[in-house]
Design a protein. Sequence first.
Lengths: 273, 296
Amino acid sequence: MTTLTSTPTTSAPAGVAPAPVASRLTVTGTFIARSLLHTLRTPDALIMAIALPTMLMLLFTFVFGGAIEPGGGYVDYVVPGIILLCAGFGAASTAVDVANDMTEGIIDRFRTMPIRAASVITGHVVASLVRNLVATAIVIAVAVLVGFRPTGSPLEWVAMFALVAAYILAITYLFAAIGLAASSPEAASGYGFFLMFLPYLSSAFVPVDSMPEWLQWVAENQPLTPIIETIRGLLLGTEIGNSGWLAVGWCAFILVVAVVLTRILFRAKAGRR
Amino acid sequence: MSTAIALRGISKTYGGTTVLHGLDLEVAAGGVLALLGPNGAGKTTTIGILSTLVAPDSGTATVCGHDVVREADAVRRVISVTGQSSAVDGVLSGRQNLRMMGRLGGLGRRAARERADQLLDRFSLDAAADKRVSTYSGGMRRKLDLAISLIGTPPVVFLDEPTTGLDTRSRQSLWDEIRTLADAGTTVLLTTQYLEEADRLADRIAVLEHGAIVADGTAAELKARVGSEVLALHGASGDTVLEVPTDGTLDGLRAALAALPAGVSGSVALRSPSLDDVFLAVTGSPATPELVDQKG
């Protein structure tokens, strides 16, 4: 207790050399690897993203399908909507991941390092994109098993996956913004639930013209309907019309808004206090 | 000797509450300074400002000559921080945490791998290296936290209450690590509520109260004001009747006993001075009421 510590042996401030600075690419890559590792180490999110839409598809095909379209073949109608539903479920966990990072001490560590701390969001978004594209592929495979018969050419398949990727990217960024805005991971999960309802108010499960008139207006003008119609057209050869441009436009619009929102919210939340 | 850390006239107010009140502080390069103070004295805010997380309302702060506000990135290049809340990734393993932070800290893939193994070994975390960090005990988490801070061998290290909530053994091993770090020439600024900790680790102690430094000196200088032992007189029910600081010598003890008022009875004990005693000595008032029972 009374032992005195000796005076410092080194007086030069450069006695310990500072570490080199990681490049922006390395930082982003490291954050992507981190988020992918999170996915592999907590597979619940991936299972949720695949199992729930698959079960919904089976439910609609075998339970409601007979009543909605007595001739069978409802599976062809419902799969495009299920693909988007699947992307929504999978992306929702991004809100929780982001909120988790923001409420734990780790974000402060990133902020005291000479790196762009916001790249941690990029990591979550890219991991979500990979996760959901895998989930989409699995859902389509299961759909084929229960009777889905797509007629699209290879090029149309590529276009479909590109559109789905754009949609996943847009909605994931939106969920990231929700995660930043939420005060806790629980709240983030709650807010995200609202977005889950959008597919039901579109042409995903039933044709829009079977809805009451006021709802038709909502369903026809919300972003998911043109995206679903485009996927339907690409995979099954139905009429796309101007849905294609609308789908791309909506995805781009949501993406830009969500990215800007994410930046503003990140700065507000992780700026100097 | 050059200055590694300098704070001049730093003030910070949060919603009407003044946390820092014209704080002045300097740490020489290679030195170890302990910022000693009770809860709410402004220790964490001081670390926050120096680690570029908190913007001061007024005053200037520099680390290795770089201004923490205008040259934040340059400051971030030379510091590492172990905050009070653990800054580790609970989903990943200890090894994965270290490798990730190594990569973010600018190490190559291979260097990060080797450095991670080195630190796991040095902090005796080998056995748990591949377990999920969320399963770690508080002591292991703290050790990992500190190991992560050291991955890039930074010249300046901030430690905010590094051993709070740890058992004696973990505290001891963490102290050894911090000592090793300091001996290697790293500048360390640590905050603590424990005089013993400040005494063991630091070559200078600054006492912080209500956002300003009220005493600053070596442990010996500070202790000369407190006395190296405290004579405590306890009543029949175990309550403390009286405490008298002494210098630890027989003569000092005799003098302290002689100074006791005539007619008092009870049991006597000698104990080491606590943060409270320091506060009593330098400010004339106890630190905070809830700290009275918290002896280092």
